[in-house]
Design a protein around this ligand. Structure first.
Ligand SMILES: [Zn+2]
Length: 86
């Protein structure tokens, strides 16, 4: 019984590791700069609660993540985006 359980777990892990590869959506669109007034685009990089999604999860490259971060911070300052939501 114990051995069976183990093999099942291994299979599950393998499936998880074979998940689709991430890519930078902004590189695909060849985005050169991100406007802080472009709230629709910025909201796709922010969680429900207002947190910025990390590149490890969103798949952004370092260059574009930097642009997104700066734009979100500017948008927050002029209250286009929230710092947090309750
Ligand atoms: Zn990119």
């Amino acid at each position: 019984m114990l051995i069976r359980k183990r093999t099942r777990n291994v299979k599950k892990k393998k499936k998880f590791l074979l998940a689709r590869k991430k890519f930078c959506r902004l590189c695909v669109d060849k985005v050169k700069s991100i406007d802080y007034k472009d709230v629709k685009r910025l909201e796709s990089f922010v969680r429900e609660r207002g947190k910025i999604i990390s590149p490890r999860i969103s798949g952004n490259c370092a260059k574009h993540q930097r642009m997104v971060r700066e734009a979100i911070k500017k948008a927050r300052f002029v209250s286009l985006l929230p710092y947090t939501r309750i």
